[in-house]
Structures are given as C-alpha cells and as structure tokens.
Ligand binder design. Structure first.
Ligand code: GLN
Length: 196
C-alpha cells in the first residue's frame, strides 16, 4: 500500500514523515499520472487558493475527482478540507466538490489565528492535540457525513465514506492517531477493491 501526498504547496514533508512513522510507504505526488500508482491521497494544509490554482495548472482536478469516484480514500487537512468541500460559505466557488460539507475559511478570526488545543474525538479513547492555523470550520453537513470532532460547537473533523477531513493539522503533532485512522480506511478500501 502506498499513500501519496499532493505536493503542490503546503505541509507535504510533515505528512510524509507521519505516514512513514505509522509504518506505511509515502510518496510526494507532483503529477496527475502518479495518482495511478497510489492507494490513497492526502491533500495537505497550506493556502487553498494557491493549491487550487496549482491543481488547475497541473491538470489535477478531473483526475482527483476520478480517484475519488473509484472510492480511493482522500484525507484533506485544513486547506485540503477547503478544497474538498461542495460549498464555501463566503460565496466563492468551491473547487473539487467531493464532500457534502459547507466550509467557512479562516473562521477563527484574528484573535485566534493560530492555536493549539486538546480535542475529544469520536472513536478515540483519549483527547488528541490539534494545531489550528488560520483554520476553516464546517458550517453544514448532510446526513451522509459523520461528525468526528467539534471545537466551540463548530465542526472541525468529519468523515464521509472514503473521505476524511480535519480543520487542523494532525501532521504537526507527534500523535499519529489520525493517520492510523486514515490507514485503516485505506486498508478497508484496498480489501474492497480486491474483492470486486
Ligand atoms: N493552515 C491552512 O491550511 C490554512 C488554510 C487557509 N486559511 C486557506 O483557506 O487556505
């Protein structure tokens, strides 16, 4: 099994380290043709408008949508979450439109621009550290989406089938439970694809 990290802009090497620390093979994905050699994709945090432009420039949009249509798992962190959303609360155009969520960018305002906290997460026994950096929040979900964590009554982590998103940056902590959760999703998808 190999997990790719979309390597156009943002926190790429941190994700690669965390995938490897969780015992899986990782690769930086720079060309759309490389999607065919990976089992799952992480879209990292960074600047969503910059990543969006680069996705268009390097013609990644349709191939990533196809990757998702094949039920291959995708994990979007922070800017990655913004890119996966069906709708953006500020009225600007959503990009990949793969997940039934509405997202508000930079939702914590200047006073809480960046902060670290401990979150209670559905399915995790102990609270997990979360680093928020100009983080988005999920303002709406449909019934297909499972909410995994909230902060201040705002949704900050969720899952829909093969898609996982967090508003914060799990790769910037030593705690790799999010990555392990994602790897479980990848293993399940892998098994399903070999059965069919
Ligand atoms: N840390 C991040 O990924 C920040 C995301 C950024 N605020 C955006 O909307 O692109």
């Amino acid at each position: 099994m190999k997990i790719g990290v979309l390597a156009l802009q943002g926190a790429v090497s941190e994700h690669i380290k965390q995938i490897e620390s969780a015992g899986q093979a990782a690769v930086a994905v720079k060309k759309a043709s490389e999607l065919s050699s990976i089992d799952a994709l992480i879209i990292p945090g960074g600047e969503s408008t910059a990543i969006k432009k680069l996705i268009d420039y390097y013609e990644f949009k349709a191939p990533i949508q196809q990757f998702s249509a094949e039920k291959k798992p995708i994990f979007g962190t922070c800017a990655g979450l913004v890119l996966l959303a069906n709708e953006l609360a500020d009225g600007s155009e959503a990009h990949l439109r793969l997940m039934d969520i509405s997202v508000k960018r930079n939702a914590f305002g200047r006073q809480k621009d960046s902060f670290e906290t401990m979150l209670q997460v559905k399915g995790f026994t102990d609270n997990v550290p979360a680093v928020f950096i100009r983080a988005p929040i999920i303002t709406e979900v449909t019934e297909h989406v499972e909410v995994l964590a909230t902060y201040d009554n705002q949704i900050v982590a969720a899952k829909q089938d093969h898609l996982l998103v967090t508003s914060f940056h799990p790769e910037l902590t030593e705690d790799n439970r999010w990555m392990k959760l994602f790897i479980e999703m990848v293993k399940q998808a892998h098994q399903m694809s070999t059965i069919h």
